[in-house]
Write a protein that binds this ligand. Structure first.
Ligand code: DON
Length: 593
């Protein structure tokens, strides 16, 4: 499933949004901020909160907290549970990022993203003429009709999976519970099954899913059902349960050098794959310094490279800092224009500069510099949309030395954990590694096979993101924490490929500038611009007047997408209560105690 989609979800959003407009006048007479009126109150709790895209997984996290686990323990348990209950993106066969912010203000960033295997090369997806090869193409259905997309499928599409190593690393260093106790709930969900919600049943039964998964016998056997699934069906995954049992009994290293590794290696050898024993054995989690920026007196703690997300978001916030967003108001043409122009510029820089910092020097300091942003701000015409072809990457200070899921956790000590992890496309490469029962990612598509050619999210990338053995593909995942004067304010993130960055950005601006409560900030209609293609995507819910004014400014609009799935937690500054908000676009759940 891609996170820019139409149809049912949009109807819900437009309903919410029209309600928002309708109730604006009424609620102006009451004490609540008007922009909160369209959304339910966030879920309130005193001791701990977990917000994920699937209820069973959120409950596993909350039970882990109740049993005395800290936020890192809970985050590991949720990640393992989502690998069972959210098969589009939850995973053992993918990778991701975990941002941890401790109560004392320290923060750290655990990079457990996939790496290119030793057999990878920059030409591995090219034919003799330098064109991208066959099996990376398939038809996918989008809201504007079926189209070809560069969705990478098959056993050669995967990077070395990092999720198990990442969870092991996080638990060993920052958790407090035993590994086996964190695996057990996921194993139970896999062996006893769980009840499919509407969204998961619909996704498993969709034509796109069938088209992808029926190509691979184990995927077909495990995930597809004749006639499709109904919500309310119980979904059992015996193969995955056995793999989780091995992980519980033998420990996480088994994935990289034990029985699981050997079976994965054998599967790859038999199926023309590219990930072998040595790749698994040599996989390393990288703990990195979290990226920090500021916005109107708040601190933004976010994802450093190899994510482009934190850098781009801080660049955009720096641009907006000189703009009276609050006065311009949510949803006004002025606010949307400024935000879109900031996005256009940050994404031009993303395309040009970003890649794996362990392979390429990146001008991170320059890109997040306030003076650099002031120059970009000055280049924005208040009354006219820029033209992406005229907007090239800027000149920051010199080099210094569609499926994913996000969940947020805060524990009773105020430790916040923000995790985004993924198989990349929905159901990843489509390949289940034999009877190991888990899907493998197609993260190699986050590299650029041909610099200057768009990947499956349509984003352009440069030499900095070409393929090399051991290299990490560029990501947009943006797990983020916002603080003020040392106090935790907001924990958030989202799936959605490049729209992740803008989903987090929209939500931060809604919360900080427009004074929305966390649920309203998450639910409010979003916009997305990624420089190329030169198109401003808008969810339903903006007023026709705004849309007309934006068109008059020259924006090339595409209205009606559904963007992101932000699962966030805010802290009530008065009471210290935890306020959980699952994104109303999807069926996630905030669970607290
Ligand atoms: O790391 C990235 O940026 C992508 N692999 C994320 C993919 C994604 O969010 C797809 N979800 N809709």
């Amino acid at each position: 499933m891609c996170y820019i989609q139409g149809e049912m979800k949009i109807k819900r959003i437009s309903l919410l949004a029209s309600l928002a407009c309708g109730l604006l006048i009424c609620s102006a007479l009451r004490t609540a901020p008007p922009v909160s009126a369209a959304s339910p109150q966030p879920v309130r709790a005193r001791h701990g909160m977990v917000v994920s895209t699937e209820e069973n997984a959120s409950r596993v996290g909350m039970e882990t907290l109740r049993r005395g686990g800290n936020a890192v323990d809970a985050a590991v348990a949720v990640g393992l549970a989502l690998a069972v209950t959210h098969p589009t993106a939850g995973n053992l066969g993918g990778g991701g990022f975990m941002l941890i912010r401790f109560k004392d203000g320290r923060a750290t960033f655990i990079d457990f993203r996939e790496r290119a295997p030793a057999a990878a090369s920059r030409t591995m997806y090219l034919d003799a003429n330098g064109n991208q090869t066959g099996d990376s193409w398939m038809k996918v259905e989008s809201s504007d009709g079926t189209r070809e997309s560069m969705l990478m499928v098959g056993p050669r599409a995967s990077g070395i999976p990092g999720s198990v190593a990442g969870f092991d690393y996080a638990r060993s260093k920052y958790g407090s519970m035993q590994w086996a106790d964190l695996v057990a709930p996921a194993e139970k969900l896999a062996s006893e099954g769980f009840v499919l919600d509407y969204e998961t049943a619909r996704s498993l039964s969709s034509q796109n899913t069938r088209r992808l998964l029926e190509r691979y016998p184990d995927s077909k056997r495990i995930f597809l059902k004749e006639g499709g699934y109904q919500w309310g069906d119980t979904f059992v995954q015996k193969d995955l349960a056995s793999t989780l049992e091995i992980l519980r009994k033998k420990g996480p290293r088994d994935f990289y050098e034990g029985e699981i590794a050997r079976r994965l290696d054998a599967f790859m050898k038999a199926n023309n794959g590219a990930i072998f024993l040595d790749d698994l054995k040599n996989y390393k989690v990288k703990e990195r310094e979290a990226l920090r920026g500021t916005y109107r007196g708040y601190e933004i703690v976010t994802a450093p490279p190899p994510s482009s997300g934190g850098v781009a978001m801080i660049e955009m916030l720096n641009i907006l800092e000189g703009v009276p967003m609050k006065e311009n108001g949510f949803g006004s043409a002025k606010s949307v224009h400024w935000a879109a122009e900031a996005m256009r510029r940050a994404f031009a820089d993303r395309a040009e500069f970003m890649g794996d910092p362990d392979f390429t020097k990146l001008p991170v300091k320059g890109l997040v510099d306030k003076k650099y942003a002031a120059g970009l701000r000055a280049s924005i015409d208040v009354d006219h949309a820029g033209k992406s072809q005229d907007v090239r990457a800027g000149n920051p200070a010199p080099y210094e030395s569609m499926e994913t899921t996000h969940y947020s956790v805060v524990d009773k000590d105020g430790t916040a954990v923000s995790v985004t992890y993924t198989l990349n496309g929905g159901y990843g490469s489509g390949v289940t590694a034999g009877d190991l029962g888990f899907l493998l990612n197609n993260e190699m598509d986050d590299f650029t096979a041909v610099p200057g050619k768009p990947n499956m999210y349509g984003v352009l990338q440069s030499e900095a993101n070409t393929i090399a053995p051991g290299k990490t593909p560029l990501s947009s995942m943006t797990p983020t924490v916002v603080t003020k004067d040392g106090q935790l304010v907001l924990v958030l993130g989202s799936p959605g490929g490049p729209t992740i960055i803008n989903t987090v950005f929209n939500t931060v601006v809604n919360f900080l500038d427009f004074g929305m409560n966390v649920q309203a900030a998450v639910d409010a209609p979003r916009i997305h611009h990624q420089w190329m293609p030169d198109r401003l995507q808008m969810e339903n819910g903006f007023s026709p007047d705004t849309i007309e004014l934006l068109k008059a400014r020259g924006h090339n609009l595409s209205v009606g997408a559904s963007i992101g799935d932000c699962n966030a937690i805010a802290i009530d500054p008065r009471s210290g209560d935890l306020l959980g908000a699952a994104d109303s676009r999807h069926m996630g759940k905030a669970v607290g105690y």
